[in-house]
Design a protein around this ligand. Structure first.
Ligand code: PLP
Length: 355
């Protein structure tokens, strides 16, 4: 018996599928009928179960509520043109999840639970993977400590859960972003590289301030001088300068190692574009913009794939772009979309079949 067959399944009495308006999904508002849930206790993972989606009950002293041992991932499953369904690069999310777990002093999740559990859940929910163009089924694996005690120490028990949410196309106007000069997202030695809840909680106030000022996002900068750029809200950032695609390097451990970031770099290099992962100062970008050689700026992330930037604001400088003229961003997006839709050969082995 394979691992998948050991997962106990309790089916929901009724399905919500036919009551969902697939034309107005938004992001993360609708959930499918089932979820996968696994418990960690006595030093190891118990066999996961698939149960009807719904609320769970916890003790008020639960570790995560107080000290934030909580990590998550964001993955997407796509309906390919030939009707089959596949998940985009889930192995990378699995590896990143365990890197986050390590930093947060949480147990590793096994590949069987993360990947095979995800596939089994998707097999049950396959009808929820939308057929509509540019739609996807967003997959949210997460883990949190559930020990019932108030001491500051790693939780002894954990829950790993996967929930699924169908999502529509992410039509957003090109972003206006403000270079952050007061608040900090991450510093060397901190938790910036981990996909952990606290990073997102800490970003909410700076985002609210930027929104009030009329901006969609903040562009995080280094904690010491606010001079070197890092990333935006839930996207990594790319700049096309002098025909070279440049993006902040991962070395400092201060930005999330985006799966889309890695895919963009690989696809761009295959297209013959020079990609540089390095320190990028805001002053360099201002000079390049003045010289007329800074022609495109875009973000990369699971939600939107590629998000174009129309303005970067830094002090009195406003760097304006012409997103409609962006050729590289469009080409890369089209290429990634074609791979996900099964219209281009998956030469990297990025698509993991659901069945
Ligand atoms: C802080 C942050 N940066 C970048 C990204 C983009 O990463 P990915 O391409 O893996 O979605 C995300 C989204 O997961 C994020 O939360």
């Amino acid at each position: 018996m394979g691992f998948m067959e050991t997962i106990k399944v309790t089916k929901a009495q009724t399905s919500k599928l036919h009551s969902v308006d697939f034309k107005n999904l938004g992001f993360g508002k609708v959930f499918t009928d089932h979820m996968l849930i696994a418990d960690y206790k006595d030093g190891h993972w118990q066999t996961p179960e698939i149960i009807p989606y719904g609320p769970i009950c916890f003790d008020p002293s639960m570790a995560t509520l107080h000290y934030g041992q909580s990590i998550f991932e964001g993955v997407k499953a796509f309906r390919m043109q030939d009707g089959r369904s596949a998940i985009f690069r889930p192995i990378e999310n699995f590896k990143r999840f365990n890197r986050s777990a390590y930093r947060m002093e949480m147990p590793d999740v096994t590949e069987e639970i993360f990947i095979e559990g995800m596939r089994k859940l998707l097999q049950i929910e396959d009808q929820w993977i939308p057929h509509e163009l540019e739609h996807a089924l967003y997959i949210r694996p997460f883990m949190f400590g559930i020990s019932e005690r108030l001491g500051v120490m790693p939780s002894a028990t954990y829950k790993f859960i996967i929930i699924l949410s169908p999502v529509g196309p992410y039509y957003s106007a090109p972003m206006r972003i403000q270079v952050e000069e007061k608040y900090v997202r991450a510093v060397e030695g901190g938790i910036g590289r981990a996909k952990t809840a606290g990073n997102y909680a800490a970003s909410l106030h700076p985002f609210a301030v930027a929104n009030k000022n009329g901006f969609d996002q903040v562009l995080w900068t280094d904690a010491h001088e606010h001079k070197y750029v890092q990333e935006c809200g839930t996207i990594n950032i790319f700049f096309l300068v002098d025909g070279r695609l440049i993006t902040p390097s991962l070395e400092q451990g201060t930005i999330l190692e985006g799966v889309t970031r890695d895919s963009v770099i690989k696809v761009a290099r295959e297209m013959g574009v020079t990609v540089e992962e390095r320190h990028i100062s805001i002053l360099e970008l201002i000079e390049a913009h003045k010289a007329g050689v800074f022609t495109e700026a875009f973000g990369s992330g699971t939600a939107a794939t590629i998000s174009k930037v129309q303005e970067i604001k830094y002090k009195e400088h406003s760097l304006q772009f012409e997103p409609l003229q962006f050729k590289l961003a469009d080409t890369i997006k089209a290429k990634l979309t074609a791979i996900r839709d099964g219209l281009e050969p998956d030469t990297h082995g990025w698509m993991l079949p659901v069945f």
